[in-house]
Each structure stands twice: as structure tokens, then as C-alpha cells.
Write a protein that binds this ligand. Structure first.
Ligand code: TEU
Length: 577
């Protein structure tokens, strides 16, 4: 045992198993598909893999509703496949993280089945049950006005036992009661310890700041007047016992030198985040703070957004780059995952195929020169984009998208304009964008399945004919090969690119994103990097700051160096002095 800080050098590739690679030809990705792709993953230069849930599950929320923590979802494979995957990673010097989803289980988990069986069940209090409230007319209401993360009430009535249970996500994802000591200890043992004993190197921790809720369940303030429920994230996140629970988990994790990266929604204050990730507190190794990926999204109508300018994006990145300055906390760099739209469509441009390639490389350069642990989501490395705007609602399969669409339908009585707006919101922000099959070749369905004619569980993005791994492998100008070079560079200049101090230059410039990185600490060598990124479709002139004049260009998103002091559309460079 004993704790090291290996996770600070981790470069992490996220796999979402349903859509990665289908080797058994059933239209769904599988563990053998991942095993067969480990050399490809290794070739990117990453050293750690994060596998989204592969546990047995009814798949109401694509595996984030777990019915058995110690079994594999059969279409993905068997426990033998899982052991082989862990070995296959370790043989290649790749560490592996699993998704730890323990805020809730599936309603098909044996714990919940026992809990809902009767009020006298020994497992009744493993979940959160509360009586109804009745108004003057005798109408039944849930205990409070909380809205779940999926646009429905956070409480569901159980006819059989005449009580409500809490679910911050789907009704099929009941929240566990973390105040129950035996429940909590069983969770640690049957999930964390079980998999650590199997050799995994840590966890991405789902919705980690929701374990502890205010147990008096106060109403959330009304921010969506007239609606049946209210957004309540600021009320139920970061509850009173959070740090106690995480310290308990930390004691187990450190025995295995395991890393954790926790999801930390609804936590805007740096001081609050530091408490979770300070090395001294021994809670989480690092967290995902969502300000960047949530930029422009409306809290009261999460599938809609407002336009934002580059300076706002810079300030957001600046905040979460610098919050570790002068303390022992650690940060992360990411712009995609399985819950987000594709970053090219969101922060770059997918207007033309050329724009998509160039802005994909620009985002690669941005992310690989940010400090913290770097995350790349499957398909990001080849510049996959959002699905076409022409897709109808029937192509979208995510429960969140579907609930949203249905809620608009109900609220407006099926008003065509409102539905068009809903669909356009889902196209811009929906999780389906990240969940289309990985585009491997230009064959049918992107070569996702062993036999290309096999119909994938979700429609492949139509642009697979031009955006795919095979087409990019031999092309030095591709997004894929740019990622490889940029990751290599990040490793070579880790002191400045991965661990340096971040400093914005000309924050108000609405076209150019410029920053300086400085190596820090003993033996860091005093390097200074200047990163200049053109976030526009037109040519832009720039000046190199005095301290970097005479430095050399160590990265360029274009193969020809271009003109000094001028960036073409979506071009980016790094200078090192
Ligand atoms: O997501 C929970 C969550 O809080 C995110 O939806 C977050 O608020 C959002 O990404 C910010 O933009 C996790 C999983 O990642 C998601 O896939 C699951 O559906 C959910 O938990 C329930 O387990």
C-alpha cells in the first residue's frame, strides 16, 4: 500500500463500451472489441483507460443503473473477458479505472427489491423513503419540489407500501441512503474493494457530491415559475456528511494506491472544490468541475443555451486552471465525455469538413497544453462531431433527451414550434451526440461491427465516410496524428505543459485565445510556453510576448509552418522559450 501521485501524470482515454467496438456482431460494443483495440489506444500515447459502466444493468440509463456490481452486462461479455481486459491493459503499461456508480442502484438491484418489499424489510432504510404530503383538498404530493436530473419529479410513489422514494435521476435509479452505516460499508466492500482486489487502479466516481443530502429535504427555491418541480442541484449536492464519507473511502483507496476522479456538479466555488481534492484531505485525487462544458447552458432549461463569446470561455478555463495555485490540490483538463455534445460542434466549428478538422486540432492543442490530468473521450481523437441537424427525434435514444422532448410535448400540447426548438436543443446539447458508434472505417456504419452490414444499436453519424480512424491513420495532417504528436509533446514538456502555471494574455480578445505557461518547482528548468490559438474562421495577427521572443515554435496545428505572427482560420501554435 501507500499513496503516490501517479495520477498527476495520467493521460486518460474514456471508453463508453456500447459504442466503442462490436466484435461479436450483435450491434453493441463489447469487451473483446476493447481488448482488440488496446494497441490502437496505446498508440495514442495515453497511459490510462477509464471504462464507463460495463456492469449488469437493465440499461435504462445505459449502465448507470446497476443491478449487479459483480457481474458483467452479458452483451458486453463475461467476467473472464473483464479479467482479460484488466490484464491486457497492465501488460501494455496502461492503468485502468472503472466507473463507480454508488449514489444509486438500479431498481432491479436485489437491495432495492428487498427495500421496496415492505416497510419492515431490513433493507427498507438502505434507500430513501418518505410519506406523502397532502394539501387542503386531500391531493397527494411528494415530500418536496425537487426536479430530478432527467426533467421529472425526484420522487416516485410506491403503491404497495404507500410511500415515496427518492431518485435524483430516473425512477429506475433509486438513491441509496448513505446515512445507513451498514449500507455504506456494504457498498465499499462489494463495489470498491471487490474491484480493487481484481487489480483495477481506481475509479471515475459518478455524481460523487450527491451521496449526502440534507435529510430534512427542504424545497428548492423557485427558479422555473409555474413548473411542477424546480431545479434542485444546489440544494442536494455537497450535503453535510460528504467529507466524512469521502475520508472513509480515502482510507480504503490509499491501501491500493488507487486514484479517483469525482464528478462535481453544482460546485461553483473554488474553496469548496479544494476541500475535495487537496492532497492533505485524502478524499478524491481530482474532480470534473463542469463550468466549461456547461458554458452557455440554461440551468432552468438544460437542453437550451445562449451564445457566448470567447472571453467567457477563457475566464472559465482560467478559473479552473489556477484554482490549484499555491495549494496541494490538483485539476483536470477535459472538454468531452459521454454526457456532452462533441467539442468541435460546441467550441470549434463543424460548418465545413475543413473547419471541423482544423478546429479539432485546435482543441487538441488547447487541451494538451492545459495543466492537470488530461482526458480524451472516444472519437474525440479523430474529430467526431455532433449528429446531423436533420435527424428526427426517433434517432435519439438517451433517456434524458427523450424525457426532455416528452416534457415539452406535454407542456405545450405538442406545439410544432416548441417541438422544433426542443429538437434543436437536443441536437446542440444532447448526450446522444457523444454516444454514436466510433467511426473506424468508411465501410457501412463506420465499420463499427465485425460485419459492417450489422445494424448498430444507435445510428452512426452520417459523416463516417470522411471522418474515421482508417482514413486518418496514414494522414499526417489528420486530427488523429495531431493528437499523437500533441500528447507526445505534452509528455516531453510536462513541467510546463501539464504542470505549469497558467496565465491568460489579452483576455478580452474575442478571436485569439492566448496564454503563457510557466514551469514551476525545483528542477523544473524555468521553461516558458506561449500558446496562441485562433478561435475564428478568419486570419488573425498576433504578437509574441517579450519573454518568449526568440523562442521556437514547438507545435503547429498545420503541417506547413505558415507566416510568423499570423494565424489562419482555426490555427494554433506553441512557442517555447
Ligand atoms: O452524470 C451526472 C451528472 O451530474 C452530469 O449529468 C452532470 O451534471 C453534467 O454532465 C454536467 O453538464 C452521471 C453520468 O455521467 C451520467 O451518464 C448518468 O446518467 C448519471 O450520472 C446518473 O448515474
Amino acid at each position: 500500500g501507500g499513496r503516490t501521485f501517479w495520477f498527476r501524470d495520467a493521460i486518460i482515454y474514456q471508453i463508453w463500451p456500447a459504442s466503442f467496438k462490436d466484435l461479436n456482431d450483435d450491434g453493441m460494443g463489447d469487451l473483446q472489441g476493447i481488448i482488440a483495440s488496446l494497441d490502437y489506444i496505446k498508440s495514442l500515447g495515453v497511459n490510462t483507460l477509464w471504462l464507463s459502466p460495463m456492469y449488469d444493468s437493465p440499461q435504462v440509463d445505459m449502465g448507470y443503473d446497476i443491478s449487479d456490481y459483480q457481474a458483467i452486462y452479458p452483451p458486453y461479455g463475461t467476467m473472464d473477458d473483464m479479467d482479460a481486459l484488466i490484464r491486457g491493459c497492465h501488460d501494455r503499461g496502461i492503468k485502468i479505472l472503472l466507473d463507480l456508480v454508488i449514489n444509486h442502484t438500479s431498481d432491479q438491484h436485489r437491495w432495492f427489491k428487498e427495500s421496496r418489499a415492505s416497510k419492515q424489510s431490513p433493507k427498507r432504510d438502505w434507500y430513501i423513503w418518505r410519506p406523502a404530503k397532502y394539501d387542503a383538498e386531500g391531493k397527494r404530493h411528494p415530500p418536496n419540489n425537487w426536479r430530478s436530473n432527467f426533467n421529472t419529479p425526484a420522487w416516485t410513489w410506491d403503491e404497495a407500501t404507500q410511500e415515496y422514494y427518492l431518485h435524483l435521476f430516473c425512477p429506475e435509479q433509486p438513491d441509496l441512503n448513505w446515512t445507513h452505516d451498514e449500507c455504506r460499508r456494504t457498498i465499499y466492500q462489494e463495489t470498491m474493494v471487490y474491484w480493487l482486489e481484481k487489480g483495477v487502479n481506481g475509479f471515475r466516481v459518478d455524481t460523487v457530491n450527491m451521496y449526502s443530502k440534507p435529510m430534512d429535504f427542504p424545497d428548492a427555491p423557485v427558479t422555473d415559475p409555474g413548473a411542477e418541480t424546480q431545479p434542485a442541484g444546489m440544494v442536494y449536492c455537497n450535503g453535510p456528511m460528504m467529507h466524512t464519507y469521502l475520508k472513509e473511502m480515502g482510507e480504503i483507496l490509499e491501501r491500493y494506491d488507487a486514484m479517483t476522479v469525482g464528478e462535481l456538479p453544482n460546485t461553483p466555488q473554488t474553496a469548496d472544490v479544494i476541500r475535495y481534492v487537496s492532497a492533505a484531505s485524502n478524499e478524491l485525487s481530482q474532480v470534473f468541475q463542469f463550468d466549461l462544458v456547461d458554458l452557455g447552458r440554461l440551468p432552468e432549461d438544460i437542453m437550451q443555451g445562449r451564445p457566448f463569446e470567447l472571453p467567457e470561455m477563457k475566464r472559465t478555463i482560467d478559473k479552473w486552471q489556477r484554482f490549484t495555485d499555491g495549494n496541494d490540490a490538483w485539476t483536470t483538463a477535459f472538454c468531452e465525455n459521454h454526457d456532452q455534445a462533441r467539442s468541435i460542434s460546441r467550441f470549434g466549428s463543424d460548418k465545413t469538413p475543413d473547419d471541423a478538422v482544423e478546429s479539432g486540432k485546435l482543441l487538441a492543442l488547447l487541451n494538451t497544453s492545459l495543466s492537470g490530468t488530461l482526458y480524451i473521450y472516444q472519437g474525440q481523437e479523430i474529430g467526431m462531431t455532433n449528429v446531423p441537424k436533420t435527424w428526427g427525434i426517433e434517432e435519439y435514444l438517451d433517456v434524458n433527451s427523450i424525457n426532455y422532448y416528452k416534457s415539452v410535448e406535454e407542456r405545450t400540447g405538442g406545439d410544432a414550434k416548441a417541438l422544433a426548438r426542443a429538437l434543436s436543443g437536443i441536437n446542440s446539447y444532447g448526450r446522444d451526440n457523444a454516444r454514436t458508434p466510433v467511426q473506424w472505417t468508411s465501410e457501412a456504419n463506420g465499420g463499427f461491427s465485425k460485419t459492417p452490414s450489422t445494424k448498430p444499436w444507435m445510428r452512426t453519424n452520417d459523416n463516417y465516410t470522411s471522418i474515421n480512424v482508417a482514413a486518418q491513420q496514414g494522414d499526417e495532417a489528420s486530427v488523429l496524428n495531431f493528437y499523437r504528436r500533441a500528447i507526445e509533446l505534452r509528455k516531453r514538456h510536462a513541467a510546463v505543459l501539464a504542470k505549469g502555471r497558467f496565465e491568460l494574455v489579452d483576455v478580452d480578445d474575442a478571436k485569439l485565445f492566448k496564454f503563457v505557461k510557466r514551469s514551476q518547482g525545483a528542477g523544473a528548468g524555468g521553461e516558458v510556453a506561449f500558446v496562441v490559438l485562433n478561435f475564428s474562421g478568419e486570419e488573425q495577427a498576433y504578437q509574441v510576448p517579450d519573454e518568449v521572443v526568440g523562442g521556437k515554435v514547438i507545435a503547429n496545428t498545420r503541417l506547413d509552418g505558415g507566416k510568423p505572427g499570423v494565424l489562419r482560420a482555426w490555427e494554433g501554435r506553441i512557442y517555447l522559450a
